[in-house]
Design a protein around this ligand. Structure first.
Ligand code: ATP
Ligand code: MG
Length: 459
């Protein structure tokens, strides 16, 4: 048996060996009061029709921690067709693996049929091929990354295909119990992010899990289990195998939901930062004060989130890349290139490099450039035609960026005070809001149509 297949079956047996633990209602803290009424109605309806219906994934983890879940996901043994027949507001999405999205007024509840992970026989070189074979439901590439993951399974198999033990807990609507198929509860208590099964295998199957580990450690103030952390650091460069579109989605979740600062520290320590953004990583290493500068910017980003006014993707990019872009542009300017031209050239160069790994939409990249370009007008004292500067669509984000950098650099405080004072004195000139389509969607389609030869698959 090839080594890779052996490693996989070992992991699979390891995962299977833990007996499910059922925690009755009176022994856990999940109350139906904290579950979205739409998700509850969906669970009850599935149950009333004789189907198994669980809350699954991050919402169970967060309810057990007393946090408000971002969204509610449901797992069931009803097939996509059965789900569609039961719910009129259902839209089936995904070509390979059908997921149901139930559309409510302000919420989408995702209902998915239990599925299982790839088995050893799904590894490369073991597929039967021929004119009459059906398309494979599972497939891995030659390095063991999962390309297709598409077979219905039992509730237990569904839990064990998930990324981390704390994300594999379920809440059963039949008796309001919590079921732990791995070691989720004790890891939750110990505040540990632990991959289910062999970390090397799980990070190889889907390298995006490394970013997710960092994200959960940062957002929940958990620790990545030491052995898994070591492997994560070792495999960090493989993150570039994930499709750029998926990476952009994950990166946004990491930076825009209030834990950008600790997330950035972990990205840097693990080597993920160097793999994702090599120029930025090099820039931080040239001068130790630069890391502190970015830290301060990201702390401001997190404060915005906590204050209920989350940053736009362009402002997050400005917080992260702005100082290095401005430094590079300044160096070009000193060589004789006009300032705006130097900035344009620097932004274009950076965006080209970044988009090889992370696909930042063109309009977001353009907005980042506009935020940085407006800094010159904000710093001109006294400013020329301030009312028309305020009317610019990027003014609000540009001023927010100025506020970020003024935290660490005194020379930015005078212009900031000037603009704050001006806005206070002339309330009739309100800065424009960033366009809402730039803000990250609360619930995105996780499965999307794949181009032939695309780099990876969603989980
Ligand atoms: P959040 O609070 O940010 O929504 P979450 O844990 O709910 O966190 P989602 O991206 O919404 O994260 O995913 C829902 C669930 O799907 C996860 O909890 C996990 O069980 C499973 N999952 C998501 N991505 C992966 C992956 N790459 N590999 C395995 N399981 C995954
Ligand atoms: Mg979620």
């Amino acid at each position: 048996m090839p080594l890779q297949n052996f490693a996989f079956s070992t992991a699979y047996v390891m995962v299977k060996s833990v007996e499910p633990r059922i925690i009755p209602r009176k022994e856990h803290r999940i109350s139906r009061k904290h579950v979205s009424p739409n998700a509850l109605r969906t669970l009850y309806r599935l149950h009333a029709r004789g189907f198994t219906a669980f809350l699954v994934g991050g919402c169970v983890r967060d309810l057990l921690l007393g946090r408000t879940p971002k969204d509610f996901d449901i797992g069931t043994d009803a097939t996509p067709g059965e789900i569609r027949r039961l719910f009129r507001n259902c839209v089936l999405i995904g070509r390979r693996f059908r997921l149901a999205h139930l559309h409510f007024e302000n919420e989408i509840v995702e209902v998915s049929t239990f599925r299982r992970a790839a088995l050893p026989s799904d590894s490369p070189g073991t597929e039967e091929t021929g004119p009459n074979t059906r398309p494979p439901h599972h497939r891995k590439d030659e390095d063991g990354m999962v390309l297709l993951d598409n077979v219905f399974g039992t509730p237990e198999e569904d839990a064990l295909r998930r990324d981390f033990t704390i994300n594999a807990l379920v809440y059963n609507i039949a008796d309001f119990s919590v079921i732990d198929y791995s070691t989720g509860l004790s890891d939750l208590q110990q505040r540990l992010i632990r991959p289910i099964g062999d970390p090397r295998l799980r990070f190889t199957e889907d390298p995006v899990r490394m970013l997710r580990a960092v994200r959960f450690a940062a957002s929940h103030d958990f620790v990545i289990e030491p052995a898994a952390w070591e492997i994560l650091c070792e495999l960090s460069s493989t993150i570039s195998r994930v499709s750029p579109a998926r990476l952009y989605e994950e990166i946004q979740k990491l930076f825009l939901f209030g834990s950008a600062r600790p997330g950035f520290t972990l990205l840097d320590k693990s080597g993920l930062l160097a793999a994702l953004f090599p120029s930025l990583s090099r820039w931080t290493y040239e001068n130790s004060r630069r890391l502190a500068l970015l830290d301060a910017n990201l702390e401001c980003l997190d404060q915005l989130y906590r204050s209920g006014a989350p940053a736009s993707p362009a402002l997050f990019l400005a917080a992260l890349f702005g100082p290095s872009l401005q430094d590079t542009a300044l160096a070009l300017h000193r060589e004789g290139i006009p300032h705006q031209q130097a900035l344009d050239a620097t932004c274009a160069m950076y965006m080209k490099e970044i988009s090889e790994t992370v696909s930042v939409p063109g309009r977001v990249g353009g907005r980042l450039r506009a935020i940085l370009a407006l800094q010159a007008s904000l710093h001109r004292m006294p400013p020329r035609r301030p009312a028309s500067t305020i009317a610019r669509p990027e003014f609000g984000e540009a001023l927010a960026y100025l506020r970020f950098v003024a935290e660490t650099r005194r020379e930015h405080r005078t212009p900031l005070q000037w603009w704050d004072h001006f806005l206070l004195e002339t309330p009739s000139v309100a800065p424009s809001e960033p366009p809402t389509d730039e803000l990250p969607a609360k619930r995105r389609r996780r499965r999307r149509r794949k181009r032939r030869g695309a780099r990876d698959t969603a989980a």
